[in-house]
Design a protein around this ligand. Structure first.
Ligand code: ADP
Ligand code: ZN
Length: 219
């Protein structure tokens, strides 16, 4: 995969994280998930973790300056590699901040893919979502149950439900998405960089479609 910068956008639960993992394993992308980075900081109780915990557990957006701080630290090490941004940018200032750093390195966002999903389907998926405490692998009690209850198939770690995967917090995350992240779609659409994929098509077809789109990008 050439050194492209790819963004996956979509409502929570649309399957972005799953696609990002596939693209990392099979296509050599560096997978950068701001949500995972924040959850890791919270686990390790770092200064950033303490700052962001209240936002993350209640499903509110972390302030842009904190987000850009962790992203800039990541980019300082990784800019120029094929990068897949998952869950970032979520606001216009974040999108502008990303353009600024990439621009300073003569790079740009090559493609933004919206993995779309209707709100009711999001709620159905997320309330059934479980994640491994050790390796972060994601399971779904409905579509992809673990072989053994509560145990990760890959590493034997303990499966847990994220605090923000309860119905009321999911509704708040959806509102935040519609209000603050949908404008980011217009931002990329105005630059002719946005492509939409229907997340309900299922994992394999969504993956094929993303590959087709990345292959179609010329840089
Ligand atoms: P999902 O896409 O399923 O909502 P994420 O793992 O991407 O989950 O994000 C979890 C939480 O982390 C968000 O609800 C928010 O509090 C915080 N977060 C992650 N990325 C960002 C971002 N780019 N800007 C602000 N907050 C973020
Ligand atoms: Zn695991």
């Amino acid at each position: 995969m050439k050194a492209m910068n790819l963004i996956l956008i979509g409502p929570p639960g649309s399957g972005k994280g799953t696609q990002a993992e596939l693209l990392r394993e099979k296509n050599g992308f560096v997978h950068y998930s701001t949500g995972e980075v924040f959850r890791d900081h919270i686990r390790r109780k770092t200064a950033t973790g303490v700052k962001v915990e209240g936002y993350v557990t209640s499903g509110k957006l972390v302030p842009d300056d904190v987000v850009l701080e962790v992203v800039n630290a990541f980019l300082a090490e990784n800019v120029g590699k094929p990068i897949l941004f998952d869950g970032f940018p979520r606001t216009i200032p974040q999108a502008e901040g990303l353009d600024k750093v990439l621009g300073a390195n003569s790079l740009k966002v090559d493609l933004a893919v919206l993995v779309d999903l209707a709100d009711d389907e999001v709620v159905k998926r997320l309330t059934a979502r479980r994640q491994c405490r050790s390796c972060s692998k994601i399971f779904n009690l409905t579509f992809k149950p673990p072989k053994k209850d509560g145990v990760c198939d890959d590493c034997g770690g303990e499966l847990y439900q994220r605090k923000d995967d309860t119905e009321s917090v999911i509704r708040d995350r959806l509102n935040t998405y519609h209000q603050q992240t949908e404008p980011v779609l217009d931002y990329y659409s105005a630059q002719d960089k946005l492509q939409r994929i229907e997340g309900a098509m299922g994992r394999d077809r969504v993956y094929e479609e993303i590959l087709r789109l990345t292959g179609a990008v010329s840089s």
